[in-house]
Each structure stands twice: as structure tokens, then as C-alpha cells.
Write a protein that binds this ligand. Sequence first.
Ligand code: ADP
Length: 764
Amino acid sequence: MLVVALVLLAIVWIGAVGSRSFFTVQLMFTWGTFLASVGLAAAVWRRRLLIYATSIALLLIGAASLQVLVLRPDPSVDPLLFHSGVWTHGPVPLRVGWARAAMGLVIVASGLALPFSIARRHNLALCALTVLRLSLWAGAFWQVAYFILDGRFERLTDRAAALVQVILAMAMVVSWSVLLPGDRRWLRTLTDSDRTVSMARFILPVAMVPVIGAYLTASGTRLGLFAPDVGLLLNVEISSVTLLLVGVAALRSLWRERRGRETLANALERSPVIVHSEDGRIEYWPRGCEALYEYTAAEAVGRRSSELLQTRFPTPVKDIEATLHRQGEWAGELSQITRSGRRIWVASRLVVDRPTSDPGLKIVETLTDITDLKRTGAALTATNDAFAQAVATYELGIVDYDAGTGRTSFSPELERILGVKPGALGSDQRVWMSLMASSDAQRVTGWFYEDVRNPTTRRTLTIKVRRADGELRDLQGMLRYSLSADGNLERIVGIYMDVTDQLRDRAEVAARGARLMELQSELTHTSRLSAMGEMAAALAHELNQPLTAVGNSVGAIELILQTDKPLDDKVRQRVLRAAKHAEVQAVRAGEIVRRLREFIARGEADTQAEDLNDLIDDAIALALPNPGAVQVQVRKSIASEAANVLADRIQIQQVMVNLIRNAVEAMREQDTPRILTIAATASDGMALIRVADTGVGVADEAVETLFSPFLSTKRDGMGVGLSICRRIVEAHEGKMWFQPAEGGGAEFRFTVPLISREAKYVGN
Ligand code: ADP
């Protein structure tokens, strides 16, 4: 393009040298330059109407000048174009005709090219803009050149001034070619830089200057204000200044462009960008790539990147090439290996570039290291999967309130729990609240206000919600509040699980447990009653004794009082003694009845401080009211440290009664002395109570099952006594076990907490 333009310029220039009639050319160029400027500005601003108008005007001028040349090679037509025929002389020599023809063609070419500039992205449009600009430059340059070379010019001014202008003009051309040696891309800066918009604003008024100048000087000359030569000189000066201004602007634009490109190049150098030649070899490998892949430019340039980096493509390379061919670009994620063997992930974007200066195409690849992103992404996916799995496994329903949009979303599982169709809940939080039992809704709302003011990040709750079919379900859930950095509420996520069935099961278990406890206490009580039944005879006999004694004493008193004799002191003393005896025996009988009543009473288990001595005495009195009758010696020893226990009196008595009765039973057939030892010592914060006998003992194989219920060696035994005893002791946090007694017989041991131990705990 440049070459063509320069050749054209040269033709015009050489042609003009021999001409003596430069004015026609100058006028044509003035108009051409002006219109080309207008067209260029219109093209930049994309004013279609103006583009077409300018195009037509340029074609007309071009056609007119060609017509002048072909049909009437007479410069006298010039006044038609411009109303100053002052400087035209005679027939035009043929050489000048060529020059004018060339210029005419340039103008016609501008006119033809202009409409193409509308489609700016098109190559033809770029050519059109270039033609226009060249026309402009050529025109402006020519105006100066031909005046300087005009023979008459020498007469008007001295050579020094002319020389200055020649130097000026030449400097401009030279600067263009020297400024960017070998870099022919400067032409593009004239065509597709965004800066052409600001250039257009500049070009248009400046282009007006020679035209206005020409009008003024022509008019001035016609009106006789100054001599034609002076007018001509003025015109030359004005044109020169114009050229200078346009030239400076162009240079500035070029300089800026260059600086911009340098900045860009620096940035590029630091970015991971690869330029591939058409055959896929690396041509450009900036520092950015060196940093990313650890290969130096020397190692990388000339290689194929897919081989160098062992690239794994997401799709077959053929497909990528096809996409590149079809759309001119491709983007995707690649897995590659760096020089040190590290596997990295990059987001790659390939763009096909067809540089104007180079034959063949280039593929520019921009890369972004997304290894960390990928890794985080993978972790996130794993977390999401795990979460989704948890949601699916535990059938979790999710209510997600977004404070930003005020919308609430409900997960499909929640819709299923509530028995509604997908999407039926909409996005209103109030719909959700309305499904809750009103007390729950109030509670949740209360929390909401509390938590917003005083943020807690988590809340657990159990609420009742009404399903679409009216059924009430229990949901157990957790609320999580997300707050922004400045403390504003962003989200509330509620995760809910339907626990209706579990709660029902739990209630059933609890009910079963309560029933079991009732049964147990029933059993304990029954066992006491049965023991009572068995003890009844002995106790009746026991009760008989004091009652008989009371009877006897009262009889004796009666006898004494029946005599008419006055009561002397001796008699009075006897009566008093008998009465005292009766009282003591009555109290004894009352005690027996009290113990019995206590023992069979069904009361709530009540643990309190008890005197172990009393407790054991009562138990012995109940279980063995008359040891002499069964020939049993009772040896009781309660250590003083073990005297105070924390126990349910009746229950521990039941244990003691049971053990004593079993012991007596075991010694029934015995000829040797029947000794029942009851001892209590303190050990480790517990009272250890031993009940030992000298009876038949327990066979080894029976020891295992001793405490199992319903195993008895007795004819009428139920075998539940020991199992109940052990449970009572364990309920007291004690232990109960069996061990053979020294010298034969059986020994049962159990522990109950000592009061001092409790006191110590409280003290701590
Ligand atoms: P039951 O007295 O109704 O048989 P227990 O649970 O009180 O029920 O006793 C279970 C069994 O343990 C008795 O049948 C007896 O064989 C054995 N047993 C209990 N105490 C003694 C003891 N002091 N000496 C020998 N055997 C005993």
C-alpha cells in the first residue's frame, strides 16, 4: 500500500516538475485534500450520509479533472472548479496531464474507497481508510512540494525560505520512514487505532485551513488586495503550516502508539502468553511462560508446546483445530507438566491472528494457571458431594433464606417432608413460618431478633410443622446464620430432619421403661409381702409374747384391785410394777406392728441418712424375732465409721431380711452351733455389710446363677430374693456378691454409700 502511494506521489511529483501550470493541480488537490479529510472524519464518526456525500463529491471532482484531461486538456476550465482563472496559461503539456490524471485517479480512488469504510472490521474498509489517509497526506504534501519547485517561486522569495520548506517536508517523510525502520505496521496506526477519533477532530479543522487559505488568497488577489505572487506565497505558507501541524499530530500519534505498544509488550512479557506459528511451533515465550513452566525461552522456542509440556487436551486435537478454523478461537482447560515435573492446570485461550505484516497465520495462546482453583474446586466438589450424600442419607430438608434478596428457597427433600408439590412453597419465608406450630414460630422469630442483635452462629431446635395433609410432624433442625464482615445478616440456613418416628419410638421406650420400673417395684413389694407371709407365724408368736405379758400384768392388777383391802404402799408398788411391765410390753408389741407396717408399705424410694445399727436391728427383729427358737446365735458388730449410711431404709431392710432368712434356712438342719454373723465396716467411702452363716453353703456350680431370678433350691422358694437384693443394692450405687464363708457356710456381702462420703463430695 505504501509503495503504491509513494509511486503515485512520485508520478504526480515528477509530472508536476515540468509543468508550468501548477494551479490547476493545486486547486484540485486542495479540494481533494479537503474532501478526503471530511470523508475520513465521517468514516471515523461513522456518519453514513456524510460518507456517501463526500464520496460522490470526490468522484465528481475526480471525474471532472479526468474529463479535463481527456476531453479538454485545457486548463482554462479551472475556473469551473475554482473561480480564479488568474494563473492558468495556455495549453497544458502532456506530462502535466499524466500528473493530473494520476491525481485524478487518486481522488476517484478515495471516492470509491470511502463507502467501504462503513464496515470497519472488514479488510477492504481498512484499505479504504488507508487510501483516504494517503490521499490526504499526498495532497497536503504535494501542495508544498509543487510550490517550492515552481520556477516562479524563485522570483518571489529567496531560496533560503524555500529551502526551509523543502527541508520541512522532507523531514516529515524521512521521519515516517526512519522513526519505525522496518516496521511497516505504522500504517495500521493510521487506519484502525481508536485514537483516530481524536485525530479526526483534529484533521477536519486543519484540512480546512488550506481551503480557506486558498479562498482568501484568491479572493484577496481578485480584489487587488495584494499581488498574485504575494497571494500565492501566502497560500504556500498556509499550506506549509497545515502540513506541519498534521505532521506533528501524526508523529505524536505514532509516538503514543509506540509507547502504548511498549507498555503492552512489557505487560505481555510478564504474562503467560505463547505465540505459535502456523505449524504449531513456539515463536514467542515470554518471561511469564518461563515463570509458569520453568523452561527458558531458548529451551522452548521452536518446540511444540503440546510435546514440551505433555499437554492433555479436554477434546481431541482435531476438534480444537476445526473450531479454530471455523471460529478463529478456542478456549478450554489443559493439564500440563512443568520442567520440574509438576502437573499444573491452565485455562487456555487460543486466538488465530493474521498479522498484516507476516504471511501465514499465528496462534496466540493466553494462559491462566488454575491449578489451585482446580484443587479447591475438587475439594469443594467433594464437600458438596459429601453434603449432598448426607442430605440424601439423612433425608435432610433445607430452608435457605437470603437476606439480600429477601427470598427463601426450599429443598426438594423439605417439600417431600411437608408433602407439597415442588415449588409449591414459593419463596416467601412467611409461608414456612405459617406451617410451624404457632408457639414454635414465635420461638423461632424470637431467636431471629435475638440472634441478629447478638449473633450466635448456630441454633438447634425441634419444631412441629403441619404437612399438606394436615398431619403434624416433628422436625429437628439447626439454624446457621451467615453474617457479612460488617456484621450484617446475609443468610439463614435451616437444616431439618423429620424425627417424628424416632420421637414416637423414644416415647414408647420410655413408656416401656416406666412400666418395667412399675413392675419391678411391684415385684419388690410382692417379694416383701411374701416374705411377710412366711414370717407371719413367727411374728404372730413374737407379738403373742408381749400381748400375753400385757394380759398377765393387767390380770395381776385386776386381782390386786379386786380385794377390799386398802392399798398400802407395798401393794401400790406391786400394782405400779405390773402396770409398768404391761406398758413396756405394749410398747414392744407396738414396735413390732410398726416394723411390720413399715416393711410392707409401698412407698416411693426415698434415700436419706440412716443409722445402720437401727436399721439392722429392725431387720433382725423382723426376720429372726426369736433366735432362741431356731437355736441361732446372732453375732452383730457394726463399726462406728460405718454407722451412718445413705439408704432407703425399707429397701435395705428388705435386703437384710432376705439374707438373714436365707442364712437361717441354710442352717436349719445343722447340729453344730448355728452362728449368724452380721458385721459392717467402712471401706472406700462405702459401708461393707457382711451376712455370714455356718450353713450348707453354696455348691460351686450354683454360685454363677445365685443372683439369677427364679432359681431356687427350696421347695416353695421363688428364687427372686437375691436378684431383687442385688438390684436394690445397685440402685444405691453399691455392689453385692457372694463368697464362701470361712469354715464352710455362705457369706453375702454388699455395700451402701456412707454419709461421710456424700458430705465430702458436697464439701468439694
Ligand atoms: P429363694 O430364697 O426364694 O430360693 P433366693 O434368691 O433368696 O430365693 O435364693 C436363691 C437360692 O440361693 C436359694 O434357693 C438357695 O439355694 C441359695 N442360697 C441363698 N442364700 C443361701 C445361703 N445363705 N446358704 C446357702 N444357699 C443359699
